[in-house]
Design a protein around this ligand. Structure first.
Ligand code: AMP
Length: 210
C-alpha cells in the first residue's frame, strides 16, 4: 500500500505513520527527517536547507523532489511505503505523478490551528535516534530521556511558537490546496486528531481499512 500522510505540522502524522509502518512492515519516508539528518551531517543539501527550516519556510521543491526520487528508488519501497511530509506543494504532487508513483490513499490528520500551537509546545525529539514524543500525549517512559536509546530529549528549533505560527501560514497557503488535488482524484480520507493517541490510531487504521 502506498500512503501519503497529510496535515498541518504537529498534527501527529509522524506518530501515526510509525504505527502504520510497523503494522504493514513498510518504510516511512519523512522528508523532514532526511533533511534534519543532512543538516546534522553537514552535507551540501543540508547546508542549503538549514536556513529555510529554521525560519519555518519550505525547502525548495527541486531539493525535496530529488530526495524523494532517490528514496523511492530503493528496494525497500517496492512493497509499499508511507510518505510523511511530502508532497507539500502542488508542484511536488505533480512531480510524484510524473515519476509514475501510484498512491492508494491520502490520509489527512486534521487538528485545529489552536490545538497545533498547544501540541507543539510539548513535542520532544531524540537528537540521536530521531524518535518523537509529546510530554502529554505520548511521553517517554524514561522521562526527559529517550525510551529507545537513552539520549536526553530536546526541542526542535522550528517548534518555537513564532516559527510554528509561520509554519501554519505556509501550510494553509501552500500545502492545503493539495486537499482539492487529491480529493478530485478520490484519494483523500480525513481523520480528526483526538485527545487520546490510541483513539486517533484506531480511526486512522479504520480509515486505511487495516
Ligand atoms: P517536518 O519534519 O515534516 O515537519 O519538516 C520540517 C521542515 O522540513 C519543514 O518545515 C520544511 O522546512 C522542511 N520540509 C520537509 N518536507 C518538505 C517538503 N516536502 N517540501 C518543502 N520543505 C519540506
Amino acid at each position: 500500500m502506498n500512503i501519503i500522510f497529510f496535515g498541518a505540522p504537529g498534527a501527529g502524522k509522524g506518530t501515526q505513520a510509525e504505527i502504520v509502518s510497523t503494522k504493514l512492515n513498510i518504510p516511512t519516508i519523512s522528508t523532514g527527517a532526511i533533511i534534519r539528518e543532512a543538516i546534522k551531517v553537514g552535507t551540501d543539501m543540508g547546508k542549503e536547507a538549514q536556513s529555510f527550516i529554521e525560519k519555518g519556510k519550505l525547502v525548495p521543491d527541486e531539493v525535496v523532489i530529488g530526495i524523494i526520487k532517490d528514496r523511492l528508488g530503493k528496494d525497500d519501497c517496492k512493497g509499499g511505503f508511507i510518505l510523511d511530509g511530502f508532497p507539500r506543494t502542488i508542484p511536488q504532487a505533480e512531480a510524484l505523478d510524473r515519476m509514475g508513483v501510484k498512491i492508494d490513499v491520502v490520509l489527512e490528520l486534521y487538528v485545529s490551528d489552536e490545538d497545533i500551537v498547544t501540541r507543539m509546545s510539548g513535542r520532544r525529539v531524540c537528537p540521536k535516534c530521531g524518535a518523537t514524543y509529546h510530554t502529554k500525549f505520548n511521553p517517554s517512559t524514561a522521562g526527559e530521556n529517550c525510551d529507545k536509546c537513552g539520549e536526553m530529549l530536546s526541542i526542535r528549533k522550528d517548534d518555537a511558537p513564532d516559527v510554528v505560527k509561520s509554519r501554519l501560514v505556509v501550510y494553509h497557503n501552500e500545502t492545503e490546496p493539495l486537499k482539492d488535488y487529491y480529493s478530485s482524484k478520490g484519494l483523500l480520507k480525513t481523520v480528526v486528531g483526538q485527545e487520546e493517541l490510541s483513539d486517533t490510531t484506531r480511526l486512522t487504521l479504520e480509515a486505511l481499512g487495516i
